[in-house]
Design a protein around this ligand. Sequence first.
Ligand code: CDP
Ligand code: MG
Length: 164
Amino acid sequence: MLFPVFPRSFPMQRTFILLKPDTVQRRLMGQIVARFEAKGLNFIAMKMLRITPELAKQHYAEHVEKAWYPTLEGFITGGPVLAAVVEGLDAIRVVREMLGATSGLQAAPGTIRGDYSSSQQMNLVHGSDGPEAVDREIALYFDEDQICRYEPVITPWMRAADEG
Ligand code: CDP
Ligand code: MG
């Protein structure tokens, strides 16, 4: 008997997230990690570190020339962060939509920034904005052998097999 092969509707993707120093200081790490886990994203790498000014300039290369970059650098280097790689279907878009708009005051209720932030700078979480950013940002924070892929046993209960 031939089993039908369902085309996958969404790509399995990795994305990079960074819980910024305000998340750590406000003791929101657990709540924010829990939201990504509950959605169905798998954490496959995680590390706490203190971002140096050099790493900040690499991470935010596209913003280094902006007038507000110096205060962003002061903020992002001002305390420890939690860097992580998550994996899931359409993960890059899903994570960005879970974060909400850049400004916490404008982000929709129900998003992480909309629920917990009132700031444009202290908006708690960074998420890569596309596949090229994912590769670049993961390489800034992790070696490939620090990424721990696994197949969660709960997968059959997260999404019907015939959804692809
Ligand atoms: O993080 P996102 O992609 O939503 O925003 P962005 O426009 O790429 O800016 C990167 C980060 O810079 C933001 O998440 C804020 O933390 C910070 N930022 C800031 O400090 N002041 C601004 N006027 C805009 C952004
Ligand atoms: Mg951005």
